[in-house]
Write a protein that binds this ligand. Structure first.
Ligand code: PHE
Length: 336
């Protein structure tokens, strides 16, 4: 018969185990703890309730202690950046290098850049503060057009805009590429970086996220090339053959405008016929080319832009986009 004294003994044992990080996380699943829970039903009727409460009390105490440890782990002493290095290095509560991990978005963005670079695209980081011309004017959004509202843009008091998409880089990429076109070459560039939208937050909407944009211009660029490029990218990123399709989409800076979808692969939890919208794309609107000084009679281009976060969520089955900006170590360490 398991007794009250044994509860105390198990308590001492488990509290001791919790002192060591390696044996801490599963103390509640240890055989000793299971035995206590199992013993509740074997108690004589008159003391069963009291015994059950005592076991439960122990469970609560352990949980409280565990979360205390967890909070302790997450507090890191601020670094005095002005101090000589050895002062910081000696600080006992700093994380050692083995505990640090690269953020999953950083790592996956590197993957994305690598794939496009191998396909011949130049990679340019986007800006985190931009202006109305690059956000809207250069992209064929008429003044006061309702499509501007669709981007939920933040604006500083001075009128600057933290970009709501990486398309803000299109005009710069096009202008910079004119010399290449005139020399008989193509423009092939991606632009990647943080974007910001002032919208209601939920599992699929975050105020800060990452996008990657592609721009390709040549004398005869066409939609077939664009779809081939996107298919190659997605198949390379997910490491498998994919089914793709498009549907009409409206963006003032492309004509025709499309949404690009992939069928969620079975290996990533998908059922046949489950289509996911991955990005917006299309043939660059003649006005956008003109605005950058490129003659739309001579050159054509295609462009696409889509979220990195969504790409990574699908790859790893991450259910809530807000994890990325949360800074929670429990989430980040899964990507160590
Ligand atoms: N910038 C668009 C968005 O974020 C996506 C897009 C990029 C569409 C390039 C077409 C061409 O919604």
């Amino acid at each position: 018969m398991t007794t009250f004294a044994e509860i105390t003994a198990v308590r001492d044992l488990l509290f001791e185990r919790m002192e060591t990080p390696e044996t801490r996380s599963d103390v509640l699943r240890t055989p000793e703890m299971k035995k206590l829970f199992g013993a509740i039903k074997d108690q004589p009727a008159e003391q069963r309730a009291e015994f059950g409460q005592a076991v439960n009390q122990l469970r609560l105490e352990i949980e409280a202690k565990l979360s205390e440890y967890e909070n302790q782990e997450e507090t890191v002493k601020p670094i005095d950046v002005t101090a000589p290095w050895d002062v910081n290095a000696k600080a006992p509560s700093l994380l050692n290098t083995e505990q640090g991990t690269q953020h999953p978005l950083t790592r996956e963005l590197e993957n994305v850049i690598n794939i496009f670079t191998r396909m011949g695209f130049e990679a340019i980081e986007s800006r985190q503060l931009d202006d109305d011309f690059h956000m809207f004017g250069s992209l064929n959004f008429p003044e006061n057009h309702p499509a501007r509202d669709g981007y939920d843009t933040f604006r500083t008091e001075e009128g600057f805009i933290p970009p709501a998409h990486t398309s803000t880089m299109q005009n710069r990429i096009l202008k910079d590429g004119i010399a290449k076109l005139e020399a008989g070459g193509n423009i092939a560039a991606i632009s990647y970086g943080r974007v910001f939208r002032n919208e209601d937050l939920d599992a699929t909407h975050e105020h800060t996220f990452y996008q990657c944009e592609g721009v390709f211009v040549s004398s005869d660029a066409n939609l077939g090339e664009m779809l081939g490029t996107l298919r190659s990218f997605f198949e390379s990123y997910y490491g498998q053959k994919l089914k793709i399709k498009t549907q009409p989409g409206y963006f003032p800076f492309v004509e025709p405008g499309l949404e690009f979808l992939i069928e969620r692969p079975a290996a990533l939890g998908g059922k046949p016929g489950e289509w996911l919208e991955m990005l917006g794309c299309g043939m660059i609107h003649p006005n956008v080319l003109k605005m950058a000084g490129i003659d739309p009679q001579k050159y054509r281009g295609f462009a696409w832009g889509g979220g990195i976060d969504r790409l990574v969520m699908l790859k790893y089955g991450i259910e809530d986009v807000r994890h990325f900006e949360s800074g929670r170590l429990a989430f980040l360490r899964k990507f160590a």
